[in-house]
Design a protein around this ligand. Structure first.
Ligand code: CTP
Ligand code: MG
Length: 239
């Protein structure tokens, strides 16, 4: 039984909209995973933290950036196998799971490179929950905003939603390997619309997924306004 991890880093980062530095020509888009923070690519921050809890790591990279992601990881001293991802996050996770060649009794963490600063304590809590008998475990946080139904075409808002009964979901999402493999096999076979997380797929098959406390540092770097906080955390970890 080993603890292994898939890091999904194959997205393009459209909402972040990063480009090569000013003064370089031609100016080209940079995948989110390769955005540098304190001299280290986002994916390398994620991988170096998960290396504290996982013995084997597979990183899924944008197909045209496999070599660049590999170099970023080598530069950060992280030992990981880099494979091309798919068109959706779900397809990238499936590619990563295949590359890990898991034993059914292994434990596997599925983690977004974009959540590069999730503390290792949160990762360890998800692993402990699976050791304790859960089929899977995910970090969650209370929702801070007031929630309502989306407005109709007339602009009139919908019903309020009770946020006390809701949680926001983070990664790593951690499973007994047979559960993650089963969930992705069934999802692939049914060709259902891709899920944005893995626990949803596993839960749909009746697996028991439990929650652990997430952390505000486990936020997903998504938009340019997320970068100052990411940089601040990277600085505090480097200092
Ligand atoms: N991801 C992936 N393969 C895809 C799409 C996304 O591995 N085909 C990964 C991303 O690299 C990211 C995580 O899934 O680490 C969560 O996705 P998201 O935050 O949406 O990242 P992007 O898809 O890169 O961003 P955007 O949607 O703004 O383009
Ligand atoms: Mg995306």
């Amino acid at each position: 039984m080993t603890v292994a991890a898939v890091i999904t880093a194959a997205g393009s980062g459209t909402r972040l909209g990063a480009h090569s530095p000013d003064g370089t020509a031609p100016k080209v888009p940079v995948p989110k995973a390769l955005v540098p923070l304190e001299g280290r690519a986002l994916v390398a921050w994620a991988a170096s933290r998960i290396a504290d809890v996982a013995e084997r790591i597979v990183v899924t990279a944008p197909p045209l950036a496999v070599d660049a992601v590999r170099s970023a990881l080598v530069e950060a001293g992280v030992d990981a196998l880099v494979v091309p991802g798919g068109d959706t996050r779900q397809a990238s996770v499936a590619a990563g799971l295949r590359a890990l060649m898991l034993d059914p009794d292994d434990i596997v963490l599925i983690h977004d490179a974009a959540r590069a600063f999730q503390p290792t304590e949160v990762m360890a809590a998800t692993i402990d929950a699976v050791h304790a008998g859960a089929d899977g475990a995910i970090p969650v946080l209370p929702v801070v905003d007031t929630l309502i139904g989306a407005p109709g075409p007339d602009g009139v808002i919908g019903d309020p939603v009770d946020r006390e009964g809701l949680r926001a979901v983070q990664t790593p999402q951690t499973f007994r390997a047979r559960v993650a493999l089963d969930a992705h096999r069934v999802a692939e076979a049914h060709g259902t619309p891709p899920a944005t997380d893995d626990a949803t797929l596993a839960r749909a098959l009746g697996h028991r997924i439990v929650a652990v406390d997430g952390h505000e540092w486990g936020f997903k770097v998504t938009r340019p306004s997320d970068l100052p906080l990411a940089r601040h955390i990277a600085q505090s970890l480097s200092g």
